[in-house]
Design a protein around this ligand. Structure first.
Ligand code: NOJ
Length: 601
């Protein structure tokens, strides 16, 4: 009989006062579990015993398990256009970010990843860099950047920059020179080829943003390659001069105190030199073009050599490399750590972002596969290219509860965590309703099937005043109506808000050794609605129960699978709306709810 069924049956027998005769051995075990349940209830009634936000944040060095700073750090992605606007021009800036460091510190953030803030024509909002070693005036000056790093240091908040390794802007001096003549010293810094014939590009590769991947340049009569917009020509990483220049860029910023890089679009760094056509496969993409298997312009083995070189420079500075690694399975992800752990320390696991809805079984399976792969996980649930998780999973009724589940999930699993600004207050997507309102070129081109990424990039909601306290000027993207209820100022005073939940959760994550260093044991594996697991460290453990369904679920305190036969349970955090009352053998989990407890033997 399944353990939980047996537990339920035994509890019923206890109520009838007759089970002592039946299973003597089971009796005392079940009694202890029921006592544990009772203790849990008492814990919940007495209030949550957790530490103040930000307390004890792991900042430096290597711990008893040999974990480095970045393994325990909580990273926080900032889209600088949208975080805080200090000069009231409608676009965020570096001084704005600096002014919010105390907020981030109290939230429990250890490092900020700023998406590109370098000079750029802003065709792709900074992912088209025209100078890698400067700050775009729209965001401030190099002095502002240095001050941000210094102020961050005072608060143990490191700064990670976004390095766009695959391509530059077409306004970068390298490309301007490259396109000027076939004999330019920079010609071979990009990928130039003759067409197959008049009006025919060199091959069938497509840009992910909806155009061809080749643009004809009449001046020299050749095509150049761009996996993204035509204004983002791909660099030729096979040219050693390119590689050297790019490694030098990282040195430049390490000397300015950055703690690492998020490497953009690493999957597309190399292309097949023979330009073999990609196989066409069934179906159409969101731009109505035939689907392709991008085997000749994505994830080529050469990318690993480049990662190793970037890593060896990072190691000189004790820095971390985070990869934008879009993978379809755990084996692909594994490759990015490097055969000798000498590539990316943190290749992002973006696979969860593709999960449809909340399925305990799907998460359980994925987490097991990632753990089996043996590396340090980096689960990501949302970012500036993906519909916000609040919107993706919200059912319109339990949205805040679901946001708390998602937070509890990835912030209590093994691994480094990367948050996305506004996630902690339950920010939702604010998608454009009309094509003429779209800012993201991808949305302009793909409307209405592909509406672009504006919706997930709207201004941070600081309070419920005009423009959500982001700016005194009209922001570059509109603030949603939900800013009236979901904003920092109001949520900070509401103990049940998404923000309060995040603050408690992050404080716990920083102080509970089991969450930092513990192993992971999955429990109640057959349950399709509830994800249950324990993080264990030397006799201590944190139990996490997530009800991912809209119905109440009864969950047994059955922890023998994790080695706890008679656990003592102390509730640390729940998202329950009603206090637990009574005595029971199974925990009644409210619809879409979180239960986190410390268990000891
Ligand atoms: C990935 C970035 O996250 C995205 O915003 C950008 O458009 C592309 N890379 C191209 O740089």
């Amino acid at each position: 009989m399944k353990n939980y069924l047996r537990g339920a049956l035994l509890a019923a027998l206890l109520l009838l006062g007759s089970f002592r005769e039946m299973f003597e051995e089971e009796e005392s075990r079940m009694k202890r579990q029921i006592l544990a349940a009772l203790l849990a209830v008492l814990g919940a009634a007495a209030g949550l015993a957790i530490c103040p936000p930000g307390a004890g944040a792991q900042a430096k060095g290597v711990d008893a398990e040999g974990h480095a700073w970045w393994q325990h750090a909580v990273f926080y992605e900032i889209y600088p256009r949208s975080f805080a606007d200090s000069n009231n021009d409608g676009v965020g800036d570096l001084k704005g970010i600096t002014s919010k460091l105390d907020y981030l510190k109290e939230l429990g953030v250890n490092a900020i990843w700023i998406t590109p803030c370098f000079p750029s024509p802003q065709v792709d909002f900074g992912y088209d860099v025209s100078d890698y070693e400067a700050i775009d005036p729209m965001y401030g000056t190099m002095e502002d950047f240095d001050r941000l790093v210094a102020e961050g240091k005072k608060r143990d908040i490191r700064v990670i920059l976004d390095f766009v390794v695959n391509h530059t802007s077409d306004q970068h001096k390298w490309f301007i020179d490259s396109r000027s003549s076939k004999t330019s010293a920079y010609r071979d810094w990009y990928i130039w080829r003759d067409g197959k014939g008049p009006g025919q590009p060199p091959n069938n590769w497509l840009s992910t943003f909806g155009t061809a991947a080749w643009t004809f340049d009449p001046k020299t009569g050749q095509y150049y390659y761009h996996y993204f917009y035509p204004q983002q020509p791909d660099l030729n990483w096979r040219n050693p001069a390119v590689e050297k220049a790019m490694l030098d860029v990282t040195r430049f910023w390490y000397k300015h105190g950055v703690a690492g890089f998020r490497l953009d679009a690493v999957d597309t760094l190399y292309e097949d030199p023979n330009l073999t056509d990609n196989p066409v496969v069934a179906g159409k993409d969101k731009f109505g073009r035939p689907n392709m298997d991008e085997k000749y312009n994505k994830k080529l083995p050469e990318v690993h050599e480049a990662m190793r070189k970037l890593r060896s420079v990072a190691d000189e500075y004790g820095s971390v490399l985070i990869g934008e690694t879009w993978t379809t399975n755990v084996d692909q992800l594994k490759d990015y750590y490097g055969a000798k752990n000498d590539e990316l320390q943190m290749p992002m696991d973006l696979m969860m972002t593709g999960f449809k809805g909340l399925s305990a079984a799907e998460y359980r399976k994925h987490i097991a596969a990632v753990n089996a792969a043996g590396h340090w996980p980096v689960y990501v649930i949302t970012n500036h290219d993906i519909v916000r998780s609040y919107t993706r999973y919200g059912d319109g009724i339990h949205n805040d509860d679901i946001a708390k589940i998602m937070a509890a999930l990835y912030l209590t699993l093994r691994g480094s965590a990367i948050m996305y600004y506004g996630e902690e207050i339950g920010m939702e997507n604010n998608d454009p309703k009309r094509k003429e309102d779209v800012e993201d070129p991808e949305g302009k081109l793909g409307w209405p099937l592909e509406i672009g990424r504006d919706g997930e990039r709207t201004p941070m909601q600081w309070d419920h005043s005009a423009n959500a306290g982001f700016s005194k000027a009209k922001p570059w993207l509109p603030v949603p109506l939900s800013a009236h209820t979901h904003n920092v100022a109001d949520e900070i005073n509401d103990p049940d808000s998404v923000l309060s939940f995040y603050r408690k959760l992050l404080a716990m994550r920083h102080t509970e050794t089991a969450l930092l260093d513990g192993d992971y044991v999955s429990l109640n594996e057959g349950n399709p609605n509830v994800l249950t697991y324990v993080r264990r460290y030397k006799g201590e453990a944190i139990l996490v129960i997530l009800n991912m369904s809209a119905a109440e679920q009864k969950v047994p305190f059955e922890l023998s699978g994790a080695g706890f036969l008679a656990p003592k349970v102390e509730v640390l955090l729940t998202s329950f709306h009603k206090p637990l009352k009574g005595m029971f053998a199974e925990l009644p989990m409210e619809p879409y709810s979180v239960f986190i407890a410390r268990v000891t033997k």
